[in-house]
Design a protein around this ligand. Structure first.
Ligand SMILES: Nc1ncnc2c1ncn2[C@@H]1O[C@H](COP(=O)(O)OP(=O)(O)O)[C@@H](O)[C@H]1O
Ligand SMILES: [Mg+2]
Length: 503
């Protein structure tokens, strides 16, 4: 090593740290160092162990094995309070503020300057203002915290950490609930904290953010340490490969081959609905995946709902499996063999507060019941089969649907759809907001349904997804189909050009 390059001693080191929760090995033998003055990002798919690692650093969880070294000395952190005393603090996703108290009170909480038993309000306030000045982060001191927007509330938490002389600050997905401009402000702030000498640990699955603000990136996969690299050695693609353990060519499955002789499953002719879409005609054949591309608001979801029967078109005809399809509503459509995976999975797809089992079997209760009532054994065995086919990771079918991650909730909707053995699947933005691994499983599920001869209509705003997953794409703009693209014509440029035509 050249003379002028100095090794900076790490502030905190994890040495062979392991943590298990019941059957889940959340972390295994993790070795990683965190340095003062650096922003160190942790990335990985959902469940990779990022939050667990952060919580071990803060004393929220204790490792089963391994050691934590603070400035070279082994420490045991038995609680977050103990971590806090050593300068290790976290900015949590769920904020821990007192909404009824002022900004000053919240920042100074537990550290007020006192004269005997009385709080010296003036000095406490001065001390808070001094911290604001030092970090150039000003908030109205007397406003009640509950009246501030989330982004400002986060600042209160950060100021609280700073006023306690934090040495290391863990941010666990802090931008998840923020609007774009708020998120970019927070990122700048995080960066400046590192520049001010703090060790910052930044957990996020937004790779662009991570690449922008971090100095070092550690990738975790399934509780294991994949690698730690300087940020300039990584790219979005290299991180995706490291996080998923799959190379990028394999992001999309092989699509089933089409037979030209097959007659269409769906024929839509001149379908219109006022203010939504106009004169729409197209067909989908068995096993064919047709993409519906276009900008948000171009009428794609509205068209999907009119085919499905949750709304009725004003004019036009639909043929389904060779017969005129007279829709009377959603139930009839499901019985006839159409499944829809809606865009708003939480409000239109799932029944919140109910179990995984109930959410999956919901449309089929009539079929699963006899005059004796619901056949619970059959319900359980069918749901179990479809949930394992769709690889839902759950801790029991009787658990609340909200115990699942977004990606797994989406898989439940696929399990539900598959359980009806439909002839056609309409999937509206099925991978929005799910992590990369779950995305791949959802693509596999769609390709699998197509290879069984089902017709698929895939609505997506991600052009890559349309290119990777569809035999053919229809592009909508302002309620009309403005292009039909397949084979070599189906390119990113062509889709974009069509989507923006007429805007
Ligand atoms: N308190 C807990 N009890 C049981 N299992 C947990 C607990 N915390 C995390 N896990 C499990 O440990 C694994 C890692 O979780 P986590 O660290 O939250 O991942 P990430 O933050 O990367 O999404 C997951 O399988 C998760 O379900
Ligand atoms: Mg997490």
């Amino acid at each position: 090593m050249p003379q002028n390059v100095q090794e900076i001693a790490p502030l905190l080191t994890l040495s062979r740290v392991s943590k298990r929760f019941g059957e889940t090995q959340a972390l295994s033998e993790i070795e990683v160092m965190f340095q003062a003055g650096k922003c160190h990002a942790l990335v990985g798919e959902n469940g990779a162990g990022k939050s667990t690692l952060g919580k071990i650093l803060l004393g929220v969880h204790q490792p089963d094995q391994g050691e934590i070294l603070l400035e070279g000395t082994s420490v045991s952190l038995s609680s977050p309070a103990e971590g806090g005393k050593l300068g290790l603090v976290g900015i949590a996703q769920e904020l821990s503020l007192l909404p009824e108290r002022s900004v000053v009170d919240n920042i100074a909480l537990g550290r007020e300057i006192t004269n005997g038993p009385l709080v010296n309000t003036k000095k406490t306030r001065q001390q808070v203002l001094e911290v604001m000045r030092q970090f150039d982060m000003y908030l109205e001191p007397d406003i009640l915290v509950g009246e501030l927007p989330v982004a400002e509330q986060q600042k209160v938490e950060i100021l609280r950490a700073l006023s306690r002389d934090a040495k290391l600050i863990v941010f666990d997905e802090p931008t998840a609930r923020l609007a774009t401009h708020e998120a970019s402000q927070l990122l700048q702030l995080i960066k400046s904290l590192a520049e001010n000498g703090k060790a910052v640990i930044y957990v996020s699955h937004f790779l662009e953010e991570v690449l922008e603000i971090s100095d070092t990136i550690t990738v975790l996969r399934n509780g294991e340490h994949v690698r730690t690299n300087p940020t300039n050695k990584e790219t979005r693609d290299s991180l995706i490969i490291a996080m998923t353990g799959q190379d990028l060519q394999h992001q999309y499955p092989q699509l089933p081959k089409l037979k030209n002789t097959d007659t269409p499953i769906l024929k839509v002719k001149n379908l219109s609905r006022k203010n939504e879409f106009e004169n729409i005609s197209f067909e989908i054949r068995p096993g064919e995946i047709v993409g519906l591309a276009g900008l948000v608001g171009s009428g794609r979801s509205e068209l999907a709902h009119a085919i499905y029967g949750s709304t009725m078109p004003d004019t036009g005809q639909i043929e389904f499996c060779g017969e005129a399809f007279v829709r009377t509503g959603v139930e009839h459509s499901i019985m006839s063999g159409i499944a829809l995976i809606p865009e708003a999975r939480r409000t239109q797809g799932l029944v919140l507060g109910r179990s995984i089992l109930e959410n999956t079997s919901l449309p089929y209760l009539a079929r699963l019941s006899s005059w004796l009532g619901l056949n619970k054994a059959q319900e359980l065995s069918e749901v179990n089969k479809y949930c394992s086919n769709t690889q839902v990771k759950h801790a029991g079918l009787h658990m609340d649907i909200d115990s699942l991650s977004g990606g797994n909730q989406q898989k439940i909707l696929f399990a539900r759809a598959a359980m009806g053995a439909p002839k056609m699947l309409i999937a509206d933005e099925p991978t929005r907001g799910v992590d990369i691994g779950a995305k791949r499983s959802i693509y596999d599920l769609i390709a699998d349904m197509a290879s069984k001869g089902e017709a698929v209509l895939l609505i997506s705003s991600e052009i890559e997804e349309i290119l990777g997953m569809c035999h053919r794409a229809l592009v909508m703009s302002r309620g009309q189909i403005v292009a039909e693209l397949s084979g070599r014509q189906l390119t990113k440029k062509a889709v974009m050009k069509a989507a923006f035509s007429g805007v």
